[in-house]
Design a protein around this ligand. Structure first.
Ligand code: THU
Length: 160
């Protein structure tokens, strides 16, 4: 018998002012992308901006539907936008920010489980960790070095 523990390491910044210029700029792009959100049902807007390894920046937002299961999260919307504009180019950093129109959400909101699965497949496919930068409606910023840290023991094509 063997007991295994998995720990999660991430950095908390008091403010975006403490970030590098590149990360701060990407977070600003994610905030601008909030205006692309179509979230009439939840009032929960999610804006994302991806910096690709070729330097390009692509952004996206969540897109809801009256048939709720059809809602598209900002993360896959951004991955799809990146794949369309720059096919075959890996994402290096992803900034995500949220704005809740009904109840301000201070804490950075981490990607949902389904989005983590989408993002981790991208990491596996390109063998490129995606650095994640998160901010809610307060100044605090979380930075994770790779998505796979947020989805330990993840399912992947290696099992198929
Ligand atoms: N949402 C995202 O865009 N990303 C996530 O990781 C979690 C949730 C969106 C989906 C829906 O439009 C709204 O947030 C509320 O769930």
């Amino acid at each position: 018998m063997k007991n295994q523990t998995i720990s999660l390491n991430y950095t908390i910044y008091d403010s975006a002012d403490e970030l590098t210029d590149d990360l701060r700029k990407l977070l600003t792009e994610a905030k601008l992308a909030l205006s692309k959100a179509y979230a009439p049902y939840s009032g929960f807007q999610v804006g994302a901006a991806a910096q690709l390894v070729n330097g390009a920046i692509v952004s996206g937002a969540n897109c809801e539907n009256a048939s709720y299961p059809l809602c598209i999260c900002a993360e896959p919307a951004t991955l799809a936008a990146a794949a369309s504009a720059h096919p075959g180019v890996a994402v290096k950093t992803l900034a995500i920010t949220v704005q809740n129109l009904t109840r301000p959400v201070a804490d950075p909101a981490p990607p949902c489980g389904a989005c983590r699965q989408m993002l981790v497949e991208h990491e596996d496919r390109f063998q490129q960790p995606i650095q994640l930068v998160l901010q809610g409606q307060s100044d605090q910023v979380y930075v994770f070095e790779r998505i796979s840290d947020l989805l330990p023991l993840h399912f992947s094509g290696t099992f198929l």
